[in-house]
Design a protein around this ligand. Structure first.
Ligand code: NAD
Length: 310
């Protein structure tokens, strides 16, 4: 059995390869060749305990990720099983798996939903996840400017990050929404971070923040204006994504505009009908995405070990 640490996982993964693994896994979910286990959560005082998992027949693997959350901080562990032998083959700590699969998911959505390359993208929240999404998009969509809306990011911090980016990073205000072809949210906010009236026709909105059903980074106007609201996987998203739960409840979102990745990746739905559509992607994080990233890390680890022994 392999025990990989986060530094090893970080060296083994890249955003492009992880995105390819996600496309393959969520396509297989649409073809009944993979299955995901909806996240289960329990609360006890200040502690939440969550678990989710998946099976992926293409590679004969399964995984379960579990994690306590205390004061907004997560401690992940992921067990990977080989189904040929039906045994545990790897244990991974999960922080880097989560970071890579989340950024790669945003990359997948941005590349599929954006029309061409947006000159300007803006991102609300440039913390751990926001920065990784910025880095994942920088290589995939050669936008000229990435506008950062985050009270915790100042000019000095931004200057220290700029050398790692091809696009120009700029500190911005919520006004950037009006000029951005791609708007991303990656905050811990449970209330809307911009007014949907400000979105230009054709904008892609990618909401990566909270997975709690009573929180939403997007407002009702954004949901009303969206021609499509794309989620990773309906069985989990309709109970976890506040944008979906609250949107359906208040009528800002209708079920006919809600589609998921398995439908899109098997050609049963499309990302947009017209260039003026506003398309929203809402992510909550699915066990199958963890499994896809863990599979890639372990496959690359195994290949590297084989190379070393010859
Ligand atoms: N979709 C997924 O699969 C997935 C995976 C992991 C984490 N997440 C979620 O992503 C979110 C961000 O996680 P993180 O680890 O990067 O958090 P973080 O605390 O590292 O970063 C959050 C950043 O958002 C900024 N911020 C807060 N409110 C803001 C607002 N209203 N406008 C602009 N910026 C604001 C903060 O200053 C901070 O820099 C969390 O809600 C987390 O649960 C989602």
């Amino acid at each position: 059995m392999n025990i990989l640490n986060d530094a090893q996982v970080s060296n083994l993964l890249d955003y492009e390869g992880t995105e390819d693994a996600l496309v393959s896994a969520f396509g297989d979910l649409g073809r009944s060749q993979a299955q995901a286990m909806v996240r289960s959560r329990v609360d006890c005082g200040p502690v939440k305990l969550s678990a989710m998992g998946a099976i992926w027949l293409r590679h004969q693997i399964a995984a379960v990720k579990c994690y306590p959350t205390i004061e907004g901080r997560f401690a992940f562990a992921l067990n990977l099983f080989d189904l040929h032998r039906n045994e545990l083959v790897a244990v991974l700590p999960g922080t880097e798996i989560t970071r890579f699969r989340t950024a790669a998911m945003a990359r997948l959505a941005a590349r599929a939903a954006c029309q061409g390359v947006p000159e300007i993208a803006c991102i609300f929240g440039f913390g751990t996840i926001g920065r990784s999404i910025g880095a994942a998009l920088d290589g995939a969509l050669p936008m000229q400017e990435l506008h950062i809306v985050d009270p915790a990011v100042d000019a000095q911090l931004l200057a220290s990050m700029q050398p790692a980016f091809k696009c120009r990073l700029k500190i911005a205000s919520v006004d950037s929404v009006e000029r951005s072809g791609l708007v991303i949210t990656a905050t811990r906010s449970k209330t809307p971070v911009f007014n949907g009236k400000r979105l230009a026709p054709g904008t892609t909105v990618i909401a990566m923040g909270t997975s709690l059903p009573n929180g939403s980074e997007l407002d009702e106007t954004t949901l009303c204006r969206a021609a499509r609201v794309v989620v990773e996987w309906k069985p989990q998203s309709i109970s976890e994504a506040g944008e979906v739960v609250l949107g359906l409840k208040c009528g800002a979102l209708s079920p006919d505009r809600l589609v998921d990745l398995p439908e899109l990746l098997t050609g049963r739905a499309n990302w947009r009908e017209s260039s003026s559509d506003i398309v929203v992607f809402k992510s909550v994080g699915i066990g199958l995405a963890d499994l896809a990233a863990a599979w890639l890390a372990c496959a690359r680890h195994k290949a590297a070990a084989r190379r070393e022994t010859v």
